[in-house]
Design a binder for this molecule. Structure first.
Ligand SMILES: Nc1ncnc2c1ncn2[C@@H]1O[C@H](COP(=O)(O)OP(=O)(O)OP(=O)(O)O)[C@@H](O)[C@H]1O
Length: 539
């Protein structure tokens, strides 16, 4: 039993004032240097504590000195029965900030800024050969003015060097199940549920879960009943963590969060995560949303950059009165489709050129909706004269995929489809992440629909037959590889659009069932083969 009331008021050169917080292993005080008057944080622990985390931290701190977002270690020592660490005095934690908003969904700007800084901190720690191993909101704190926009990492009581300083080798993996180390909410599935040895990937996965927690109404599902008090409750938490699929966790959020979580879970034990890529992804997400100054965490967030929470309850369906419906039907009856071709069965496809001519010769009536018209064809209205020039914004991955999807839907012959499929494949190869996101699946849906029958409703591949999906989910990786290798071969000999449609559906289904949803080398060969085949069928 620790009796923290017996802690002396002075330790070394420091005078202890108020207690800032206390954890499992000790207490932390605001203190000042009696000679200089400088304020610091002083972390105290009983020297006989069963888990001497202060001693571990004393060993880790020197490795992290001088880097952004790492507290400075001013002094350390033993005073009577107390071990103490003197570190920079910092501000409040992200946990406290999250509580201050009533544990509600945090705004997207703040979460992007947190993601960028936390990934940077992990990059710094990992570059210095240290794993944090206890990433959570309470261990990310902001600085005091003028450093209140910087996020600092604290609590290195569980940290560990993952490169052996003598052999320079990465710590070894082990098949032996270990007791879990970290925290209930954010520790990775591998470490928490499977007893694996923590490595860099697990720090990143914990960070990914933390970002998702901040964007999810009510937080991650397994955090909602509080800290487990019984083994059974703890088992339930582990089961929930393991069973919840990334796409369900991240529903309604920008796809970067789901992709990042999947990416972390794909990493192998000793892999170096691509920090740069993910920092850039979150910077880009911020740019797309027109958030400025995103390298700084600004709390409270600037009002003009407050986006509505990314996850919203479904809006009530608009109700249409019988009179309004009658009007809609009346307008539909007047609609002219300009002989818009149907691609499914190639027999009735007009050459694209002929189609354009037909359009040109038909004078448009004012109340006719032209379904073939897209702004890409140069028909977008000119911007108003006095508008300031628009700042060029990098095209978002999701936006680009959505555009490609529209091009598929607008294609009027196989030649056009071939070009769009080639663009889709090239684009995915060029972006760092090969995960097929929601927008990627939407592209395949549109392609399938064009090839099979554009006039019918097609149930999206990604959500198609949830029962069938559940039973085949988590297929071994080799099953996916075999199927994609077969598809790659078959695509070169397909004789009709219907056959190609079937191959596209199989490709979407097998990618959806695989745990990583990535496009493999064979997958890209399939897409390129598909583009080639469409071209051949067109000629
Ligand atoms: N340098 C600091 N400046 C200001 N407050 C701090 C500082 N370090 C820690 N705190 C506060 O004290 C709390 C506990 O700190 P810390 O996590 O380092 O201690 P711990 O004993 O390891 O806690 P736990 O058992 O929760 O992991 C933090 O959540 C934070 O609110």
């Amino acid at each position: 039993m620790n009796n923290y009331d017996s802690i002396p008021r002075r330790m070394g050169n420091y005078w202890l004032e108020t207690r800032l917080g206390s954890g499992y292993s000790g207490s932390i005080f605001r203190a000042y240097n009696v000679f200089t008057g400088d304020y610091v944080a002083l972390k105290v622990q009983d020297v006989n504590h069963e888990c001497p985390t202060n001693r571990y931290e004393e060993f880790i701190y020197p490795l992290l000195q001088g880097a952004d977002g790492m507290p400075k270690l001013w002094a350390s020592g033993v005073h009577g029965k107390w071990h103490y660490l003197v570190i920079s005095l910092l501000g409040t934690s992200l946990e406290n900030i999250y509580r201050s908003i009533g544990k509600k969904v945090m705004d997207l700007r703040s979460v992007c800024a947190i993601a960028i800084q936390v990934i940077m901190r992990l990059q710094t720690m990992h570059n210095r050969e240290v794993l944090h191993r206890d990433i959570q909101l309470g261990n990310c704190v902001i600085g005091l003015p003028p450093n209140e926009t910087m996020i600092y990492m604290i609590d290195f009581g569980f940290s560990k060097r993952y490169i052996d300083p003598y052999t320079r080798r990465h710590i070894p993996d082990s098949k032996v199940k270990r007791d879990f180390l970290g925290n209930y909410w954010f520790t990775s599935i591998g470490v928490h549920c499977k007893g694996k040895v923590p490595s860099r990937r697990d720090d990143l996965e914990a960070a990914a879960l933390m970002f998702i927690h901040l964007l999810m109404p009510g937080g991650l599902p397994w955090t909602r009943n509080g800290v487990p008090k019984t083994d059974e409750h703890h088992r339930r938490i582990k089961r929930a963590k393991e069973a919840t699929r990334p796409e369900d966790l991240c529903r309604g959020m920008p796809s970067e969060f789901e992709e990042f979580l999947r990416y972390c879970r794909r990493l192998k034990f000793a892999d170096r995560p691509d920090y740069e890529q993910w920092i850039e992804e979150f910077r880009e997400l911020a740019r797309e949303n027109e958030f400025t100054d995103i390298e700084r965490f600004i709390w409270p967030p600037p009002p003009q950059q407050m986006k509505p929470p990314p996850v919203r309850p479904a809006a009530p369906r608009p109700t249409v009165t019988p009179a309004e419906m009658e009007n809609v039907l009346h307008d539909l009856a007047k609609l002219q489709l300009h002989n818009r071709p149907i691609l499914a069965d190639q027999t009735n496809v007009l050459p694209a050129q002929a189609n354009k001519q037909a359009e040109g010769s038909n004078k448009k009536a004012a109340d006719v909706i032209d379904l073939c018209n897209t702004s890409d064809e140069g028909t977008a209205p000119d911007p108003p004269k006095n508008m300031p020039p628009r700042t060029p914004v990098r095209v978002k991955k999701a936006t680009r995929l959505e555009k490609l999807k529209s091009s598929v839907s607008d294609a009027t012959d196989n030649g056009m489809l071939s070009t769009v499929v080639a663009e889709f494949s090239t684009f995915l190869k060029e972006t760092g992440s090969k995960t097929l996101t929601r927008e990627g699946f939407a592209f395949l849906d549109a392609l399938y629909k064009q090839l099979a029958d554009p006039s019918v409703f097609v149930h999206p591949m990604r959500t198609r037959s949830t029962t069938e999906q559940a039973s085949t989910e988590n297929q071994p990786a080799h099953v996916k590889l075999d199927v994609v290798a077969r598809l790659r071969k078959e695509v070169g000999t397909a004789q009709s659009n219907r056959m190609l449609a079937k191959l596209v559906a199989d490709f979407g289904a097998v990618t959806n069932k695989s745990s990583t949803r990535t496009i493999t080398k064979d997958g890209f060969a399939f897409l390129d083969g598909l583009s080639g085949r469409l071209k051949a069928l067109h000629e």
